[in-house]
Design a protein around this ligand. Structure first.
Ligand code: GLU
Length: 420
């Protein structure tokens, strides 16, 4: 296929260059490699939405299924101004590897609407979400493709999606989306799952490196569903959260921030900025602060060729999807920084989404302790499998994780054969 395709975008180039880098190591057949570089299907929709001022605005939305060889597809829905076909396609590809590494019976998918949710009212968001859901109806379903929250979306949006789908079926279908509110078929522990998964991954990293998690100095970029939970749980484990940043600002205290107080401040002020007992820090500077662990948990392409050599952390745990560009990855590796890649570090979310889906299909719900225990088991097993591959092959963790994820998908392709 022509490289200058409709999928071209920065994140798509990152995702395909990561795939290409392991294709040789795995000895991937050329046709399987080619099929994995592009999505199985991609849908582009327009989403006319009546705004509060009476005007109708037309948004552009996408839903992409990367591949369906391991089962129905799974992946989040993103509301952000940077959303485009190439980005959503790359994110769908990452979901394929992530699900395969975790041993989940899913292919990867992703969706998105190009919009600024922070500038929209709840009513506008509901209208847009319902119309988007109606437009992608032919792509989703409990055994076809199951959306979930991602950047800019949340439980309420999942409830509207579930309701819209259910109304067209004439019955409640909880298994069509995950990340729903508890009362309408959500799972205990789903909200915290991604942040909690990062903690389990870091716990294993500490063990493998012969260190103690307790006392580690941590910097977190992003204070949303992923960053805030990771910060809170690591703080409770005895780590020092020395800096946190969000879209509106950052705060730094080398002696550690009190995360409970910071959360109360954010609940009132809507940002970490202005938190007492801290100094302000800019977004570029935040990534370069002295610390043991840096958790980029905001947008993609944050650690790049121009700043990677200034990152002082010895571990980067990727809470966001695609926060490190391939050039930055090489720089970090050469400098001996351990990068726990997105497809491993942030997989806790989709693991508990899987639990939510299973519970929804069975109409039988588990206790939170059961969910966290199973999450810990899956994260620990996956981390150690990847660590062993990295040691055996002499690679970094991203290469090892990709080798594991891509190999599983490629092996399934071979077992199933080519239709017709
Ligand atoms: N959006 C999350 C991710 O990127 C979760 C996806 C899901 O739960 O399906 O992994």
């Amino acid at each position: 296929m022509n490289e200058k395709s409709e999928f071209d975008s920065e994140l798509f180039r990152t995702a395909t260059s990561q795939l290409d880098a392991v294709a040789g190591r795995l000895g991937l057949e050329a046709n399987i490699h080619e099929r994995l570089r592009y999505p199985r299907r991609a849908l582009v929709v327009t989403v006319p939405t009546q705004m509060d001022n009476g005007r109708t605005e037309v948004f552009v939305g996408y839903r992409v299924h990367h591949n369906t060889v391991l089962g129905p597809t799974k992946g989040g829905l993103r509301y952000h101004m940077d959303v485009n076909l190439g980005e959503v396609t790359a994110l769908a590809m990452l979901m394929s590897w992530k699900c395969a590494i975790m041993g989940l019976p899913y292919g990867g998918a992703k969706g998105g609407v190009r919009c600024d949710p922070s500038a929209m009212s709840a009513r506008e968001l509901e209208h847009m979400t319902r119309r988007y859901t109606a437009e992608i109806m032919l792509m989703i379903g409990p055994d076809l493709d199951i959306p979930a929250p991602d950047l800019g979306t949340n439980e309420q949006i999942m409830a509207w999606m579930m309701d819209t789908y259910s109304m067209t079926q004439g019955r409640t279908v909880p298994g069509v989306v995950t990340g729903k509110p508890l009362l309408v078929g959500g799972s205990a522990g789903r909200r915290e799952a991604t942040g909690r998964g990062i903690v389990y991954a870091l716990y294993q990293a500490a063990r493998r490196l012969g260190q103690e998690l307790k006392g580690w100095r941590i910097v977190v970029q992003g204070f949303g569903n992923v960053g805030a939970v990771a910060a809170r749980l690591l703080w409770r484990e005895g780590c020092l959260i020395v800096a946190v940043g969000d879209v509106r600002g950052g705060v730094y205290n080398p002696k550690g921030l009190d995360i409970r107080q910071l959360e109360s401040h954010v609940a009132e002020a809507g940002t970490v900025a202005g938190f007492p007992a801290s100094e302000a820090v800019g977004s570029a500077e935040l990534l370069e602060l002295p610390c043991d662990v840096l958790i980029p948990a905001a947008l993609g392409s944050q650690i790049r060729q121009d700043n990677a050599h200034r990152v002082k952390a010895s571990i980067v745990a990727e809470g966001a999807n695609g926060p490190t560009t391939p050039e930055a990855d090489t720089i970090l590796r050469d400098r001996g920084v351990t990068v726990i890649p997105d497809i491993l570090a942030n997989a806790g979310g989709v693991v508990v989404s899987y639990f939510e889906w299973v519970q929804g299909l069975q109409y039988y719900f588990w206790r939170e302790s059961e969910i966290t225990a199973r999450l810990q088991e899956i994260m620990t097993r996956a981390f150690n499998r990847v660590w062993v591959i990295a040691s055996k092959e002499g690679t970094d963790l991203r290469t090892a994780a990709l080798m594991e994820g891509v190999r599983r998908v490629a092996d399934a392709f071979k077992l199933r054969g080519l239709y017709p």
